[in-house]
Write a protein that binds this ligand. Sequence first.
Ligand code: SF4
Length: 382
Amino acid sequence: MEKRMNILTGTIKIREEYIIGKVIKNDNAENKKDYIQVLSKDNMDKPEIGYKAYVLECDSCNSNLDNYCLGVKDIDSLSNYDVIEIIKDLNIRVLYRDDSNDNYILVTNQCNSNCIMCPDADSVRNTKDIPSINVILDHIRAIPNDTSHITITGGEPGLLKDDLIKIFAECKKYLPNTEFLLLSNGRIFSNTEFVDKFKSVVPKYTRVGIPLYADEPELHDSITRADNSFKQAVCGIKKLLNRGIDVEIRIVVQKLNYKILDKIARFICNEIPTITMVNIMSLEMCGNAIINKNQIWVDYEDIKEPVYKACLELIKHGIIVNLYNFPLCALDERVYAFAVKSISDYKVRYREECSGCTLKKECGGLFNSTINLKEARIKPVK
Ligand code: SF4
């Protein structure tokens, strides 16, 4: 398999502003090895011979047959049933990889919080790169309906308000058996009218991942840098759970909260007793996180005991705990069993010294953004 590319270039000869569809490869292409023909739903039976790939437009599109991409570089990096967006006069973006479990739909880059350790920087928020609702809906319609998992993420997806309801209604219609993870700061769900609308469209296998950084408003709001965000997030979590919608709480471990992880765990057990899953997470050191490194980074050695104690507290209450993004040597060995290899395959890195570590096979490694951070001290186990 060639290296997987996210953007493919070539001569894009389409009449519409964009076309979204599924890729069908032709391994026997002869004369048009770097050509793509777009087939609208009225012309599915008219592929011209010789093309390397055909794109079957999503349900709502119905363009003219004369849509082609010529001289497409890296065309071999596409697979059958990948979903691509062909953008007029520009390029081809890969929206969905059929052979990946890490597929996501980014619905906005805007956010109403501005977390001190966000892996996006403020500059990302200022670009207003917001995909149109029509592109998002076409993206959903083109995804094969046997896909097992899709993450809906931002920025803060809740900012889309009624458009987020439309997105989930479409997910329910086209992907009824897919598991969805919605990553949100949870604040929108404190609005009863919104959470009721969400409940009315939410696909069966949906979980909402919401972060809690503290057991009280002052510290949480100082980390999100958004007033009232703690109160709204806790209220949102309770309203979702009361309506039978699955929620996982996410705690990101950092200098500002590592000493009170057990208190946060106790708060969750006492105040949100119906929660079934808590994921404790290590930092991804890019964007705001790297800008604010001195305020947030804490040595792996210092977090071992607090993470262990928080796990213990949660497990005692029957809550499932996962540890995301931690290299194994950053954890107390009594909690190795909860560590998940959660870093996306294209972001995972290991240091040179990892090659001699007996835990390497089980270890999820470090983020590409953390690998060169000298403060991230790892300890190979011999
Ligand atoms: S030394 Fe490397 S492989 Fe071993 S546990 Fe640490 S990060 Fe993982």
